[in-house]
Design a protein around this ligand. Structure first.
Ligand code: SF4
Length: 208
C-alpha cells in the first residue's frame, strides 16, 4: 500500500526546521531556481535554518558529519551522481536527513548529465579533458588522478562507470521535477513540505 504521510516538520525546540541544499553533478540552474523565488526566498530564510548550502554558506562536510543522524529535517539534492564523491554525499545526506528530496531533472532522472551514458567513460574524459583545443594542459590529472594540495598527496574524485540518479544510490522521499523546477514548482514544494500536512512519501511535487 501507499506509504503513510510523514509527520509535519515541526520546529525544533526554540528553533526552525533545519534545511540543507546540496548539488552533485549539476549545472547550477537548480540552485538558481531557489534564489529565483524572489520574495519567497526571503520568506524561506525566515522559516528555516539553513545548515548546508555550498553556493551561499560556508558550511563544510565536517559540519554535516557532526550533526546527529536525522539532524537535518529536509535536504534538497540536485544534480545527478557521476563521481564517487557525489555518491558519498548522497549517502551522508540520506543518513542525516529525515526527508530527502530529489530536486530537478538531473537528480530525478539523470537529466543532461544522463546523456553521458551514451558514451564510455574513457571517451567522455577524452572529449572533455584532452581533445578540445581550449584545454590548456592536456597532461593535467583526470578524475581519479593524483594531485597535491598544500603539500599533501590526494586523489581527485573518481568518475563512476555511468551516471546515476539520486534514487539509484539512496531511497528518496520526494521528487521535484523540472530543468530547472520553475519558481512556482519550487514554492509549492516548499509550502507542501514545510506545512502542517506533508504529502505522502514518494510524491512528485508538481502543481496541477
Ligand atoms: Fe541544471 Fe537542469 Fe540539471 Fe537542474 S535539472 S542541474 S537546471 S541541467
Amino acid at each position: 500500500g501507499a506509504d503513510p504521510a510523514p509527520a509535519p516538520l515541526s520546529p525544533r525546540a526554540g528553533g526552525k526546521p533545519r534545511v540543507a541544499f546540496y548539488w552533485n553533478a549539476s549545472c547550477g540552474g537548480c540552485e538558481e531556481a531557489v534564489v529565483d523565488l524572489g520574495d519567497g526566498f526571503a520568506g524561506l530564510l525566515e522559516r528555516v535554518e539553513v545548515v548546508l548550502w555550498p553556493v551561499a554558506t560556508d558550511h563544510k562536510r565536517a559540519d554535516v558529519e557532526a550533526l546527529p543522524d536525522g539532524g537535518i529535517d529536509l535536504a534538497f539534492v540536485n544534480g545527478a551522481v557521476r563521481l564517487d564523491e557525489q555518491e558519498d554525499w548522497a549517502r551522508l545526506l540520506r543518513r542525516k536527513a529525515r526527508t530527502l528530496v530529489a530536486f530537478g531533472a538531473c537528480a530525478h532522472l539523470g537529466g543532461v548529465v544522463g546523456l553521458g551514458n551514451l558514451s564510455e567513460p574513457e571517451a567522455l574524459l577524452e572529449a572533455a579533458y584532452r581533445a578540445p583545443p581550449s584545454v590548456a594542459n592536456p597532461d593535467a590529472p583526470l578524475p581519479g588522478g593524483p594531485v597535491r594540495v598544500d603539500g599533501a598527496a590526494l586523489s581527485l574524485p573518481v568518475l563512476l562507470p555511468r551516471t546515476l540518479t539520486l534514487a539509484d544510490v539512496v531511497p528518496v522521499d520526494y521528487t521535484v521535477p523540472g530543468c530547472p523546477p520553475s519558481p512556482a514548482v519550487v514554492q509549492a514544494a516548499l509550502d507542501a513540505l514545510l506545512g502542517d500536512a506533508p504529502p505522502p512519501r514518494g510524491a512528485v511535487l508538481a502543481p496541477d
